[in-house]
Design a protein around this ligand. Structure first.
Ligand SMILES: *Cc1c(COP(=O)(O)O)cnc(C)c1O
Length: 435
């Protein structure tokens, strides 16, 4: 980065410190990962200069013949990866992809049914401060407080809620739910009440691509995702359709009176519906990441992500921590700190001092505010990319427990920081991060 280093030392300095922070600490935020150098290189190219509104071969700007190649590669690879029939790789982010889903399927004021945010749902699934909760009538299903399904979704209750509310759409997907979803059961409920079924697989896309979790595409009308979480691509989003891509469910084209296919609804909801020009440098980087995810090594990586999460969850429980739903099927665990006499906010800050990055998180039936919370969320995708296995993750849990059960003790803090420094040296992030 020699040009930047000399032209803008302030920004360069911030970037350099951030690279060092990533290299020298333990990244346990469940929604983060580390991309490859190839993905980063594709993002840092002159493709950022190009306007390419429209789709490959049908652009509103000249000079698109090479960015068309990049977008076509991204589309073909995404279709192969998720075995789906149609994809739009242009959404700038997960939230942008979701905005297009709402625009395509709902009218303002329509009712939809999604996972309660305090039970693991995402802001874009009906939070009162998000467009989804402002423009649409958001209703929720949740997880069970106790009994055999404690911390899990009871599909009979989802069916009851759907019958009671008659939603136009049912959404699935979460940011802090450690169990898998029964898509076939959701689809039968959606069909019964005449609702669209939408899965937001932002967190689990990589694990789904690797075939390690249930596949939503055969069951949902539409699936949206981010590309930067378990999928390990650039920061962006995408929309996919499985067998429903030609489903004429719903809307009629205003001019011709022709019934529009689902795919047309989503293409136009992305552009011109909710976005302007696509980020062609990021789309090129998506193509690179999808190719990486098609390699057998990505399946091995994803299996390790899940094994590491299970090892971490078991170690936490062994040390007396309560986990939402008492374990995990995926890449994350939600730790309920209520029996430990520490809030999520305090835990996040104490761990931060030790160079361990987690986020505070509401637990189901939390009595604290979202700014305080009773829990923390931990995930394994990022450190698994660095090469951590189950032994390292068990070690990390012990270090976290040392900190959490001894907040304010500087000797403990120094000892843990030393051990973390050693672990980070053993598993370097990028070659250039050490300079
Ligand atoms: C992360 C996430 C999003 C938002 O993605 P951004 O790229 O941050 O906009 C949407 N939905 C779910 C379920 C997520 O976990």
């Amino acid at each position: 980065m020699s040009a930047l280093r000399s032209s803008d030392p302030e920004v360069f300095g911030a970037i350099q410190k951030e690279i060092r922070r990533q290299n020298d600490g333990l990244e346990l935020i469940a929604s983060e990962n580390f991309v490859s150098l190839s993905v980063m290189e594709a993002m840092g190219t002159p493709l950022t200069n190009k306007y390419a509104e429209g789709l490959p071969g049908k652009r509103y700007y000249g000079g698109c013949r090479f960015v068309d190649v990049a977008e076509e590669l991204a589309r073909e690879r995404a279709k192969e990866l998720f075995k789906c029939d149609w994809v739009n790789v242009q959404p700038h982010s997960g939230a942008s992809a979701n905005a297009a889903v709402y625009l395509a399927l709902l009218k303002p004021g329509d009712t939809f049914l999604g996972l309660d945010l305090s039970h693991g749902g995402h802001l874009t699934h009906g939070s009162p401060v998000n467009f989804s909760g402002i423009l649409y009538r958001a209703k929720y299903y949740g997880v069970e407080p106790d009994g055999p399904l404690a911390g899990r979704i009871d599909m009979d209750k989802v069916r009851d809620r759907a019958r009671e509310l008659n939603p136009r759409m049912i959404s699935i997907g979460a940011s802090a739910y450690s169990r898998d979803f029964d898509y076939a059961a959701f689809r039968s409920i959606a069909d019964e009440v005449g609702a669209f079924l939408w899965m937001d697989m932002a967190h689990t896309a990589g694990l789904i691509a690797a075939g390690l979790l249930n596949d939503p595409l055969p069951h949902c009308h539409v699936v949206s995702t981010t590309t930067h979480k378990t999928l390990r691509g650039p920061r962006a989003g995408m929309i996919l359709i499985g067998k429903d891509y030609e489903n004429p469910f719903g809307k009629v084209a205003p001019k011709s009176g022709r019934v529009k296919m689902m795919s047309e609804l989503f293409d136009s909801a992305v552009f011109p519906g909710t976005q302007g020009g696509p980020l062609m440098h990021v789309i090129a980087a998506k193509a690179v990441a999808f190719r990486e995810a098609l390699q057998p090594s990505f399946v091995d990586y994803s299996k390790q992500v899940i094994r590491n999460a299970s090892a971490m969850a078991e170690k936490f429980m062994e040390l007396g921590y309560n986990l939402a739903s008492s374990g995990t099927d995926n890449h994350l665990a939600l730790i309920d700190l209520r029996n430990k006499g520490i809030t999520g906010k305090e835990a996040e800050a104490a761990l931060q001092n030790a160079e361990i990055t987690v986020n505070k998180n509401m637990v189901p039936f939390d009595d604290k505010s979202p700014f305080v919370t009773s829990g923390i969320r931990v995930g394994t995708p990022a450190l698994t990319t660095r090469g951590f296995g189950e032994d390292e993750f068990r070690r990390v849990v012990v270090l976290m427990d040392d900190i959490l059960s001894d907040v304010g003790n500087d000797d403990t803090l120094m000892r843990v920081r030393q051990e973390i420094g050693d672990l980070c040296k053993q598993f370097p992030l990028y070659d250039f991060a050490a300079d």
